[in-house]
Design a protein around this ligand. Structure first.
Ligand code: SF4
Ligand code: SF4
Length: 444
């Protein structure tokens, strides 16, 4: 279903779906509801590309006044259940570059084109990484969660390093009564033999990057020798399907790009592999409006297909929709798209610290090393991203949190200057989420 005819009245936006029912969203209270056609008629049409609050036109007759008053009443209501998601400084999640080398050479690789970030590094030093991890863990209170995401290059080129950090994390979080969460982002080509056994032995979430069936994936994600990576990834996924051991979840992650525009085929291909969840990301640096339009339409089709297949449960296997449902359920107003520099840091393979995985190698972006943090630099990240990125009037701000600084910078040259393509994409997927959220929460 495609949301159409988008309107706004201060904090409330609403749109008509194909069946003419009106879905409305209160941007501050994070409430989703159906409103009357009369109230909808009192709202001002807006464009998906526009986050500005439109002027209010006053009603001219009693029927309109009643509908307008109902709208105003909801607009000014404060729902105390909706809470601020403000992030105070305190590192609760890190990403670790286990290495900065890769066995593939993906066309869109944001890590310098070959997994090296322009600075190849064979393997992270465990001797430096464990004390660095301890430094972060000892600053947490019992009961808090700490998350590690292992990336590379290709992290499973060094499974023993991943396992050593995993074991230390499990031990230390147990002693300190913290909740551990760990995931590995991998191309899935090395899931055989000893590496497979190591992966199976860990309570981790596995995110496998694959861009659809062989005829596409081999072009977009070739090996360094230009041989097929798909056969290797499919073998790895089969090995895990046979026995995943302790692995908590397996997700498949695809990137929509000029070379891989067909997300519908990718979705159907993913379905045959029976993952726990899947995601379809729009290429970070893609600039084509036509490609994005096609992507949004396909995401709407995927939403409709999953909804028809199994309602909320099936729809929420698509990560983007699951994330939006979770925020709406929690009614926790996002103030930041990510925790960069507040609750989150990136550790490169030389133990330097950054605020984002994609700025590794940029010496101006270094915010610390080993157990030293550059608090003066980190102070630049202390304000909310909604504030830093001037998103205060956007109706999507508390579901989006000001957007991704890396994408903004890749498109506008400034991490705090918004990329309009990102905004349109984000708002479009949010409207789809709101539509199904209303359907799922009002279903009898
Ligand atoms: S980045 Fe997100 S919050 Fe900011 S204007 Fe764009 S959609 Fe809205
Ligand atoms: S700025 Fe973007 S890419 Fe970087 S950590 Fe935040 S969400 Fe991720």
């Amino acid at each position: 279903m495609k949301p159409m005819d988008l309107r706004r009245h201060n904090e409330i936006i609403a749109f008509k779906a194909e069946n003419d029912s009106v879905t409305a969203f209160h941007a501050y209270n994070l409430e989703v509801a159906e409103i009357s056609p009369e109230s909808f008629a009192q709202m001002t049409p807006i464009e998906i590309t526009n986050g500005v609050i439109p002027d209010v036109k006053l009603p001219v007759n009693p029927v309109e006044t009643e509908a307008f008053d109902a709208l105003n009443e909801w607009n000014t209501e404060v729902n105390l259940k909706a809470k601020s998601g403000k992030i105070d400084f305190g590192i609760r999640a890190i990403t670790i570059n286990v290495n900065q080398i890769c066995n593939l050479k993906c066309l869109y690789c944001a890590a310098g084109g070959d997994g090296t970030y322009g600075q190849p590094a064979n393997k992270i030093s465990i001797e430096k990484t464990l004390p660095q991890l301890k430094f972060f863990l000892e600053r947490l209170q019992p009961g808090q969660k700490f998350k590690i995401t292992f990336i590379g290059g290709e992290p499973l080129l060094h499974p023993e390093a991943v396992h050593a950090i995993y074991s230390y994390m499990m031990e230390q979080t147990s002693i300190r009564k913290l909740t551990p969460a760990m995931s590995i982002v991998t191309n899935g080509t090395l899931l055989t033999g000893k590496t497979l056994e190591i992966v199976r032995s860990m309570k981790i979430d596995l995110i496998v990057s694959i861009d659809g069936p062989k005829e596409i994936n081999d072009i977009v994600r070739p090996t360094k020798n230009n041989t097929s990576s798909t056969d290797l990834t499919l073998l790895g996924l089969k090995n895990l399907a046979d026995d995943r051991g302790e692995v908590l979840s397996i997700g498949l992650s695809a990137v929509c790009s000029e070379q891989n525009p067909d997300m519908i085929s990718t979705y159907h291909f993913f379905q045959t592999l029976k993952p726990d969840w899947m995601e379809f990301n729009f290429g970070y640096t893609e600039k084509s409006l036509a490609l994005q339009k096609n992507y949004i339409e396909q995401m709407n089709q995927i939403a409709a297909t999953t909804w028809a297949l199994g309602g909320e449960k099936e729809l929420r296997k698509i990560k983007q929709f699951d994330t939006n449902f979770r925020i709406l359920d929690q009614q926790l107003r996002l103030e930041n798209h990510c925790g960069a520099g507040k609750s989150y840091l990136m550790v490169d393979a030389k133990n330097k610290l950054y605020t984002c995985p994609w700025v590794v190698g940029d010496k101006d972006e270094v915010v610390g090393e080993n157990e030293q943090l550059d608090h003066a630099k980190l102070a630049n990240y202390s304000k909310s991203l909604i504030e830093l990125n001037n998103c205060q009037t956007c109706w999507a701000r508390h579901l989006c949190g000001g957007g991704c600084m890396f994408i903004h910078k890749a498109h506008t040259g400034d991490k705090h200057k918004k990329d309009i393509l990102f905004c349109e994409r984000t708002r479009s997927l949010l409207l789809t989420s709101l539509l199904y959220y209303k359907l799922s929460r009002t279903a009898v």
